[in-house]
Design a protein around this ligand. Structure first.
Ligand code: HXC
Length: 257
C-alpha cells in the first residue's frame, strides 16, 4: 500500500480508512495526518466511491494529536507550518464521511470524529477535549464543532475541565447519532455507509452540502440555499428514476447522473 499509518480498503462503493498506529493509540502524527487527508482526497475524487468510513481500533479511534511530536515545537514553527491547517482539505471533501468510533476519541481524535459527517459509536467510546491538561487548547476545530454539537454548557465543561464523556452522555448531547455494541461496530457502520453509497452520489453530496450550510449561514439564507439545490435535483436523471421507481413500486437504479 502507498500508506504506512493507515489502511485503505475498498468495500464495494465504500472506502474504508482505518487509523493504524496501534502502539500510540492512533495518535495523529504528521505522517498519519498527511495519509488520512491524502486517502480521503483520493476516495473523494473516485467516482466508484459513494461513501467513506473512517475508523480506528477497538481500544482507540485516536488518542489525540501526537503529543511527543508536538512537545518540542516553538510558536514560530507551528505558526510557520500552520499546524493542523491540512484538515481544511478533509472538511472540503464532498463524499459523505461516517466515523465509526470505539474506545478513546480524545483531543484531535474527538476533533477528527467531528470532522466526519456523523459519528456511529461503540458502547466503549469515550470523547473528550483534554488539551487544557497539556497547557494548550483544541486546535482542529474542537472548540467550535463540539459547541455546535452539544451546546455551550457541555462544551465549556469539556474544554475547561478536560473530562471525558461516555457514549450515553455523548448520544444524549447529540454528539453521536447511534450507539452499537462494540463487537458489531464495524459491520453496522459498514451497513450504514453502504446504504449511503447506494443513493445517488450527486444527490447525497447536495444533501451533505445543504446540512453543512446550516452551520455557516442564517436560517433564511440556508432555507433559500436548500430550495435552490432542491430545485436543481430535478435536473438529474436520478430524480426521474427515484420518483418513477416509487410510482412503479420497484427499487430505484441510480446512475449518479
Ligand atoms: C502521543 C500517545 C498519545 C498521544 C497515547 N499515546 N496518547 N502518544 N500522543 N496523544 C501513547 C502513550 O504515550 C503510550 O506510548 C501508548 O500510546 C499507550 O498509551 P498509555 O497512556 O500507556 O495507555 P493507557 O494507560 O491505557 O491510557 C490511555 C489514554 C492516555 C487515557 C488515552 O494514553 C492519554 O491520556 N493519552 C493522551 C490523551 C490526550 O491528552 N489527548 C489530547 C492530545 S492534544 P508508550 O510508548 O509510552 O507506551 C491534542 C491537541 C490537538 O489532541 C490540537 C491542539 C494542540
Amino acid at each position: 500500500s502507498e500508506f504506512d499509518t493507515i489502511l485503505l480498503d475498498r468495500r464495494g462503493r465504500v472506502g474504508v480508512v482505518t487509523l493504524n498506529r496501534p502502539k500510540a493509540l492512533n495518535a495523529l502524527d504528521s505522517q498519519l495526518m498527511r495519509e488520512v487527508v491524502a486517502a480521503v482526497e483520493e476516495l473523494d475524487a473516485d467516482p466508484g466511491i459513494g461513501a467513506i468510513l473512517l475508523t480506528g481500533s477497538d481500544r482507540a479511534f485516536a488518542a489525540g494529536a501526537d503529543i511527543k511530536e508536538m512537545q518540542p515545537k516553538t510558536f514560530a514553527e507551528v505558526h510557520a507550518e500552520d499546524l493542523f491547517s491540512q484538515w481544511d482539505r478533509f472538511s472540503s471533501a464532498r463524499t459523505p464521511i461516517v466515523a465509526a468510533v470505539a474506545g478513546y476519541a480524545l483531543g484531535g481524535g474527538c476533533e477528527l470524529a467531528m470532522l466526519c459527517d456523523f459519528i456511529i459509536a461503540a458502547d466503549t467510546a469515550k470523547f473528550g477535549q483534554p488539551e487544557i491538561t497539556l497547557g494548550v487548547i483544541p486546535g482542529i476545530g474542537g472548540s467550535q464543532r463540539l459547541t455546535r454539537a452539544v451546546g455551550k454548557a457541555k462544551a465549556m465543561d469539556m474544554c475547561l475541565t478536560g473530562r471525558t464523556m461516555d457514549v450515553n452522555e455523548a448520544e444524549r448531547a447529540g454528539l453521536v447519532s447511534r450507539i452499537v455494541p462494540a463487537a458489531a461496530l464495524l459491520d453496522e457502520a459498514l451497513k450504514v455507509a453502504t446504504t449511503i453509497a447506494e443513493m445517488s452520489l450527486p444527490i447525497a453530496m447536495m444533501a451533505k452540502e445543504a446540512v453543512n450550510r446550516s452551520f455557516e449561514t442564517t436560517l433564511a439564507e440556508g432555507v433559500k440555499f436548500e430550495r435552490r439545490v432542491f430545485h436543481s435535483t430535478f435536473a438529474t436523471a436520478d430524480q426521474k428514476e427515484g420518483m418513477a421507481a416509487f410510482v412503479e413500486k420497484r427499487s430505484p437504479h441510480f446512475t449518479n447522473s
